[in-house]
Design a protein around this ligand. Sequence first.
Ligand code: ZN
Length: 200
Amino acid sequence: MPEVAPMLIVGLDEEQVERDLLSGRLACPACRSPLSPWGSARPRVIRLAAGPRTLCPRRSRCRSCDTTHVLLPSLCLARRRDAAAVIGAVIEAKVAGAGHRPIAKRLGLPSDTVRGWLRRFRARAGDIRMHFTRWAAALDPELGPITPGGGEVADALEAIAIAVRGRVLRFGPGAVWAIASELSGGLLLANTSCPFSAVR
Ligand SMILES: [Zn+2]
């Protein structure tokens, strides 16, 4: 059975998230009813490229089904202690041709961790490419076909880049991997057979 993470990826602007929460604009991922504030989740340390940062994410509760959801800012991925941008930099370096050991050394990461992320990304590359290609088309209906050809990991990264570009052109600038986290519902490297929420 797929693991359903009791969390919802939200934007980086905490005040905006609070306003959205109070006004019922955040929807329950399970039933789409409005979420209400429900205290805070336990603090957690997220490793950013600049160093560790402690987050204390807001928690919410669905007004209809009573499920609680942690509101995780999009600099994170679900169940990963490293920020989306750190994992993203690894994937970009791999597509640029580096091996996992040099990548780990350059970014100051354990090489087993880097290898694990790359394995997971490679295993999911087809799903990731399809998911982000759908997002790219939803965000930019004028977009022509995306031609594959760089290998499955490179093609997946290309689809992410095109979807992120579409999101930026439509809704304004943002950090690339935070947008990628948001568009994947935080599940970019999730350990499930059906990881991604539908394109809305
Ligand atoms: Zn609900």
